[in-house]
Design a protein around this ligand. Structure first.
Ligand code: UDP
Length: 240
């Protein structure tokens, strides 16, 4: 009998900062290779995998605005940077002989397919790793908001949000060794405690549509395996 997976359909949010390297093309090849290997194992076990890619390693709208670029243009540049990262990840996935497709929320003919829910659902059902880029296609949003909207639309069982540390803490664990790691949090608690994990828009969306979010350490090279296999709790689960 086929083993049942903990989650059948996941949406993984990859922030641009994980792709940042310090030599050669400025790309963290080790991270990308580890990500692709982990995704491959999930796909082989029948998990449907969507990826939302950020662009913060290249451009963030809020930073560009500070140097005098109008916010809309700044955000368009930010969204285009998610396309570069998306193509990069798409290419590495494809090179590993994993079926994959890349979708964009705007028309980028010759680069990406246009995001259409039915096509994305078909791709996921066919076992194709589905890379989603250009955020929501509108300024003033983030790729975390895009991940929540897409997670809700595709009815992902969970939104996986990788971070630099093991989950959500009471304060910054890199600055305070006594910071407490939360195993579970309600959306409202994060908003009330003003914990820094995702912007409020994303959390409110997830809360209103009951999209569970797991926050975990993306630098652990076996993390996706652990999330699926290990019975003990991993990271911080945000839910009702
Ligand atoms: N962005 C946007 N609308 C969206 C998604 C992203 O305007 O729906 C822009 C915004 O300027 C953002 C940039 O794209 O700063 C890169 O995305 P993000 O900061 O979320 O990337 P990450 O921090 O996840 O790497």
């Amino acid at each position: 009998m086929k083993k049942k997976n903990k989650y059948n359909r996941i949406l993984l949010k990859i922030s641009g900062e994980f792709l940042k390297g310090n030599s050669g093309c400025n790309i963290n090849i080790n991270f990308i290779n580890s990500l692709v290997k982990q995704v491959q194992i999930l796909v082989q076990s029948g998990v449907q995998v969507g990826l939302v890619v950020g662009g913060g390693n290249l451009f963030r709208g809020s930073d560009l605005e500070k140097i005098g670029i109008r916010r809309t243009i700044s955000d368009q540049i930010g969204m285009l940077s998610t396309v570069m990262n998306g193509l990069l990840i798409y290419e590495f996935i494809k090179k590993s002989n994993i079926k994959t497709r890349i979708f964009s929320s705007t028309i980028l003919e010759g680069l990406c397919e246009r995001y259409r829910l039915d096509q994305v659902n078909n791709a996921l059902e066919n076992g194709e790793v589905t890379v989603l880029c250009f955020g929501l296609g509108i300024p003033l949003f983030t790729t975390d908001s895009a991940a929540c909207v897409y997670g809700i639309e595709i009815k992902a069982d969970i939104l996986l949000k990788g971070t630099k540390v093991n989950g959500i803490y009471s304060s910054d664990p890199l600055k305070n060794s006594k910071a407490k790691l939360y195993k579970k949090l309600k959306y409202q608690e994060i908003l009330n405690k003003q914990l820094k994990v995702m912007d409020h828009t994303s959390l409110v969306l997830a809360y209103e549509h009951k999209l569970p979010i797991l926050v975990f350490n993306m630098y652990n090279p076996k993390i996706l395996h652990d999330i699926f296999i290990i019975k003990n709790h991993i990271g911080t689960l945000i839910s009702e």
